[in-house]
Design a binder for this molecule. Structure first.
Ligand code: ADP
Ligand code: MG
Length: 591
């Protein structure tokens, strides 16, 4: 009895599909890569139900001819490889002409495409590898590819999908990996009708801010290095913005995202003692290496890679990051008169801190770039200017070390309109927004990764707060975070929580309203601004706990606030990026 069958193409394609597209995020990756290969400058990704019902990628790239629009779904159909030799010339991407064939085998696909010099485009509908229709159509130049009902004919895979939040987070991760490296292209991502990301073409730092929130602009130091072996460019987080989980850690090699334990370790080692225990830095680092120094026998769709000169690479990367941290962080920490209890990060071995002394430049305006040679620089304020002035390119190269002024933090204070605090600094008179200042102080206190006990006050009369079932469930998930900030909440039933302690910084106030607002902020921000919930929570809490404009402060309260503020590394900006301090120079006062 003969028992061997030749599998029909459609079945072979379905099987092959499993390798490329094991979940919606896999299809997203392939489609985004195709659009970039087609030279698109704007790519829009539309997703419904975490990609289960729809994944659509619209690009303004080259488009395809009539016959290519049909051919592209064939197995081994590719415009990127002509001879076997070509395989060796392509070191980064896996071009095998399999992606579209695979996707078409397991979904209902609609392609609309038009080349820029043709008047009419082509529409192809294909379902489970069978062409349903092909006809001319009027459509924009470029390509739109919709993948509907992924795995409609592969129930086993469909049933294997995780819940939407998980599948969507995989899609977001693919989107981040692609967009972080292609920051020179515009991208959008919408999910269920809501725009989650709208990223304009720009610099890497702008892209990071677009993905993780503007606050990231003030959290990053630039890293740059060029040797014969490798070119390094990227950003690493300031030590005080490290986090308890390994979060945003991205290394790209020759434009491709990779995981590499040794390179990650190189970055973390560079921080040395600057990182609190159990805290991890965020980093976005691109390496460019000669492709011949990479082992190309590694599977093209995998994220592993081997380097010929791994040890050298490790050392170069570590020292580049170390240099960047040394140049920036020591500098900012020393920029204000540091109160006794504030811990300076340990200085690198052999570093002798300069005795603080004051130079005064009457022409210096911290809010304007000056050409003066003897300028006193407040790095913080300069950064502020860059943030507010987006035409200014972000500094990739660390600014040179300069003299730093000493700011007496606890001079006499004056309150104006229950809103601003006036005090004197070495560089002039400072006008400080009290609410924003307090937000900064509280935020830094909440986010500090000390791992120490949060300062908490037990309520004499525990309070009950009620929530909708959905909010209560979400709050339940946030309890461990809230505990870190000094709250003690325990569920009483499905919708009610008992609050028995609150952070010491929380004066009186409506606790129910505070928690409601925190949940609202959290729901609104998880996807758009912050990928990590603690930032979103701390931002909301700091904003709500801060003294409001109109609150009259005593002299002691103001002095305390000033001392606390100037102990913050980012004293000049509120956590949401608004200016806190304005300085009026002595000669302006003279006028
Ligand atoms: P590969 O990318 O490995 O060549 P794919 O199956 O992903 O294989 O795509 C097959 C071919 O279809 C590509 O080589 C390209 O010529 C064409 N193609 C796919 N997507 C697009 C697009 N968005 N714009 C223009 N051409 C495309
Ligand atoms: Mg492809």
């Amino acid at each position: 009895m003969d028992i061997i069958n030749i599998l029909p193409d459609s079945v072979a394609n379905q099987i092959a599909a499993g390798e490329v597209v094991d979940r919606p995020a896999g299809a997203v990756k392939e489609l985004l890569e195709n659009s970039m290969d087609a030279g698109a400058t704007q790519i829009d990704l539309v997703v419904k139900d975490a990609g289960r019902t729809l994944i659509q990628v619209v690009d303004n790239g080259s488009g395809m001819s009539d016959s290519d629009a049909r051919l592209c779904f064939e197995r081994h159909a590719t415009s990127k490889i002509h001879r076997a030799d070509d395989l060796f010339a392509i070191h980064t991407m896996g071009f095998r002409g399999e992606a579209l064939a695979s996707i078409a085998a397991i979904a209902q696909v609609e392609l609309r495409t038009r080349q820029h010099d043709s008047e009419l485009g082509t529409q192809v509908v294909i379902e489970g590898s069978h062409i349903v229709s092909q006809q001319p159509t009027v459509c924009p130049a470029g390509t739109s590819l919709s993948v509907k009902n992924l795995f409609f004919n592969v129930p086993a895979r469909r049933n294997f999908l995780k819940k939407d939040s998980v599948e969507f987070s995989h899609i977001e991760e693919v989107f981040r990996r692609v967009t972080l490296i292609h920051y020179d292209l515009g991208f959008t991502l919408s999910h269920n009708g809501k725009v989650v990301y709208d990223l304009k073409a720009g610099t890497l730092l702008q892209r990071i801010a677009g993905l993780y929130g503007n606050a990231y602009k003030e959290r990053m130091f630039g890293v740059e290095e060029e040797t014969d072996l490798v070119k390094i460019r990227g950003f690493v987080s300031r030590p005080e913005f490290s986090r308890r989980t390994r979060g945003e850690q991205y290394i790209f090699v020759n434009g491709r995202y990779i995981k590499h334990a040794a390179l990650s370790a190189a970055v973390e080692r560079a921080y040395g003692d600057l990182l609190p225990d159990h805290c991890y830095p965020s980093y976005f680092i691109g390496l460019t290496v000669d492709p011949s120094k990479i082992d190309i026998n590694i599977h093209p769709t995998k994220t592993e890679v081997k380097f010929v000169d791994e040890h050298a690479l490790f050392a170069i990367l570590r020292s580049a990051v170390k240099r960047s941290l040394g140049q920036f962080s020591l500098a900012t920490e020393l920029s204000f008169d540091t109160p006794e209890e504030f811990n300076l990060p340990p200085a690198p071995k052999g570093y002798v801190p300069p005795a603080p002394h004051l130079k005064f430049d009457p022409d210096y305006n911290p809010f304007r770039a000056s050409g003066s040679q003897t300028k006193i620089k407040l790095d913080n304020l300069e950064r502020l200017e860059k943030i507010e002035n987006p035409e200014n390119p972000e500094p990739l190269v660390p600014p040179e070390k300069t003299e730093r002024p000493v700011a007496p933090a606890a001079g006499a204070c004056l309150q104006i309109q229950g809103r601003y605090i006036v005090t004197t600094l070495s560089s002039g008179m400072a006008l400080i927004d009290q609410q924003r200042a307090h937000e900064r102080v509280l935020y830094d206190r909440l986010t500090r990764c000390s791992g120490g006990q949060p300062s908490s006050q037990t309520l004499m009369f525990p309070l009950q707060c009620r929530f909708s079932a959905a909010d209560a469930e979400m709050l339940g998930e946030l309890l461990p975070d809230l505990k870190q900030y000094g709250f003690d909440l325990s569920p009483l039933n499905q919708t009610t929580f008992v609050v028995s302690a609150t952070p010491t910084d929380l004066k009186e106030g409506d606790l129910q309203a505070l928690l409601d607002q925190m949940l609202t902020d959290y729901k609104g921000s998880t996807m758009q601004k912050f990928s990590h919930r603690s930032e979103s929570l701390c931002l909301s809490l700091a904003r709500q706990m801060a003294v409001k404009a109109g609150t009259i402060l005593s002299q002691e309260e103001m002095q305390q606030l000033m001392a606390d503020l100037f102990a913050c590394p980012m004293a000049e900006l509120s956590p949401s990026g608004k200016r806190i301090i304005t300085i009026v120079k002595p000669e302006e006062l003279l006028k």
